[in-house]
Design a protein around this ligand. Structure first.
Ligand SMILES: Nc1ncnc2c1ncn2[C@@H]1O[C@H](COP(=O)(O)OP(=O)(O)OP(=O)(O)O)[C@@H](O)[C@H]1O
Length: 409
C-alpha cells in the first residue's frame, strides 16, 4: 500500500527534554492513524513537527515520498499540503461557514462546488450561509473538518478535535468524521489520549511513551497482542499476573492458562483481560449446606463475561490487577467445568479458584467486578449481565477463559 507519511528516527529536544526520541511511523494512504499516549509523551510535538511548526533535530519526515523535514530540509507549513484541525476555536468568527471553508482555496476550487461537497461530507449540507456563532460546538468542529478537507491535502492532522465535546456528541462526531475522511479518501492522523476513541476510530493505533512510538498496529492487535505490559494496561483494563511457564502454559494464581504465543520457560508476566475472567457461584460444600447464589435472577451459576471490550472504563497505565504474591500453582483443579471448556488438544484451562467480591462497578453496557483471591491477589472481571449485580462479600469461583499473552518477567 502507498505510504503518505513516513517518519524515520525523528528526534526533537526542548533544552534537556527529549520530546521526541527517535520516532518511527508509517501512515498508509487513505487510512486514519490514531496517535495515543499519556500526557507529555510527545503527541503534540509529533504533530507540530509533521505540520512544520517545529523543526526536527534529527531524523527524516516524508510526505508522499518527498522529504519535508530532515537532512537540512525544512519545508514551511504552507508548502506541506498538510491541514490541521485543532481542539476548538478554529473558525474565523466574522466569516460565514462557506467563507471559512473557502478561505485560502484557489478560485477554481471555490467555484467547483467543493465547498458544498465537503459540507455534505460532514453532514452540514445547506449550512454555508450560517455564521459560526449560530452553530453548536459539534457543528463548528464539523466545519473545521470540512475546511481541512476542502483543498484535498495530502494529510489531515486532527489534534484532539473532539475533546471539548460531551461524551454522546463525541462518539457521534468521531464516527461521522471517520466516514467523511473515508468518503474523501483522505489520510489522517488523530491525536488522542482516549483509548476508546483510538481503538474504535482508527485503522491503526500508534502508542507513544516517552517520545517514542512503542507499538503501531491495528486496534485489535494492539489490544490483544500488546508490545509490553505497559501498553497492555494503557490500551484497556488489564489483569497482569506473575507466572511461571511450563509445558506451554503459564501457571498463575488463577491456575494454568494456555499461552497465545511462545515465551519462556521461566518467570513471566501474564496479561488476562477482565472479559476473560469468568465468575461462577461457589459449589455447595460437601456437607450439603446451600451454595452462595451469585446471580439474583437465578439464571444459572455462571455469569458470562462476554467478548472483547473497546477499552471503555479503562483504568489507565497502572495495572489494576497486579498480584500480591509470587507465581502460584494453586487452582490447578478440574478445568472445563464452565463455558469455554478445555482447548482441544491444548493445555487444560485453569481454575476455578475461590474468590470474594470486593466491588461491583456498573457501567450500563457491562460491569466491572473487583475480586480478591485467597492469597490476597486482586483481579477484575467484566460481566455483561450488568443487571445482575454481584453482591459485595459474595464468595465465588473464577477461572480464565481463552489464552493469555505473556512477557519474560
Ligand atoms: N515549547 C516547549 N518548551 C519546552 N518543553 C516543551 C515544549 N513543548 C513540549 N515540551 C515538553 O515536551 C514533552 C512532550 O510534550 P507534548 O506537548 O508533545 O506532549 P503531549 O503528549 O502532547 O502531551 P498532552 O497530552 O498533555 O498534550 C513534555 O515533557 C513537554 O513538557
Amino acid at each position: 500500500m502507498k505510504e503518505t507519511l513516513t517518519l524515520r528516527g525523528v528526534a526533537k529536544n526542548y533544552g534537556p527534554v527529549a520530546a521526541l526520541a527517535g520516532v518511527d511511523l508509517t501512515v498508509p494512504a487513505g487510512t486514519l492513524t490514531a496517535v495515543l499516549g499519556p500526557s507529555g509523551c510527545g503527541k503534540t510535538t509529533l504533530l507540530r513537527c509533521v505540520a512544520g511548526f517545529e523543526r526536527v533535530d534529527t531524523g527524516e519526515i516524508r510526505i508522499d515520498g518527498r522529504v519535508i523535514a530532515g537532512a537540512g530540509a525544512h519545508l514551511p507549513p504552507q508548502r506541506r499540503r498538510v491541514a490541521v484541525v485543532p481542539q476548538e476555536g478554529a473558525l474565523f468568527p466574522h466569516l460565514s461557514v462557506a467563507g471559512n471553508i473557502g478561505y485560502g482555496l484557489d478560485r477554481a476550487t471555490r467555484r467547483s462546488g467543493r465547498i458544498d461537497e465537503v459540507l455534505a461530507l460532514v453532514g452540514l449540507a445547506g449550512h454555508g450561509d450560517r455564521m459560526p456563532h449560530q452553530l453548536s460546538g459539534g457543528q463548528q468542529q464539523r466545519v473545521a473538518v470540512a475546511r481541512a478537507l476542502a483543498p484535498r491535502p495530502s494529510l489531515v492532522l486532527l489534534d484532539e478535535p473532539f475533546s471539548a465535546l460531551d461524551a454522546g456528541l463525541r462518539a457521534e462526531l468521531r464516527h461521522d468524521v471517520r466516514e467523511a475522511l473515508r468518503a474523501d479518501r483522505a489520510t489522517g492522523i488523530l491525536v488522542t489520549h482516549d483509548q476508546g476513541e483510538a481503538l474504535s476510530t482508527a485503522d491503526q493505533v500508534a502508542v507513544m511513551r516517552g517520545g517514542l512510538v512503542v507499538q503501531c498496529a491495528a486496534p485489535a492487535a494492539v489490544y490483544r497482542d500488546p508490545a509490553d505490559p505497559w501498553v497492555a494496561a494503557f490500551v484497556g483494563d488489564a489483569v497482569l499476573l506473575p507466572a511461571v511457564v511450563e509445558s506451554g502454559a503459564a501457571h498463575t494464581v488463577l491456575g494454568p492458562v494456555p499461552l497465545a504465543g511462545t515465551v519462556g520457560p521461566g518467570a513471566v508476566t501474564v496479561l488476562v483481560r477482565p472479559e476473560q475472567v469468568r465468575i461462577s457461584a461457589r459449589p455447595a460444600p460437601a456437607d450439603g449446606s446451600p451454595a452462595d447464589v451469585v446471580a439474583p435472577n437465578g439464571s444459572g451459576p455462571a455469569l458470562s463475561s462476554g467478548g472483547p471490550a473497546t477499552g471503555s472504563g479503562s483504568s489507565g497505565p497502572g495495572p489494576d490487577g497486579s498480584a500480591a504474591g509470587g507465581p502460584a500453582r494453586n487452582g490447578s483443579g478440574p478445568g472445563g467445568l464452565l463455558p469455554g471448556g478445555p482447548v482441544p488438544g491444548g493445555p487444560v484451562p485453569g481454575g476455578p479458584v475461590p474468590a470474594t467480591v470486593l466491588r461491583h462497578e456498573f457501567h450500563g453496557h457491562d460491569a466491572l467486578v473487583a475480586l480478591r483471591l485467597a492469597d490476597g491477589t486482586r483481579i477484575t472481571a467484566r460481566i455483561l449481565d450488568a443487571g445482575a449485580p454481584v453482591a459485595v462479600g459474595t464468595d465465588v469461583t473464577v477461572h480464565v477463559d481463552g489464552t493469555a499473552r505473556a512477557w519474560p518477567a
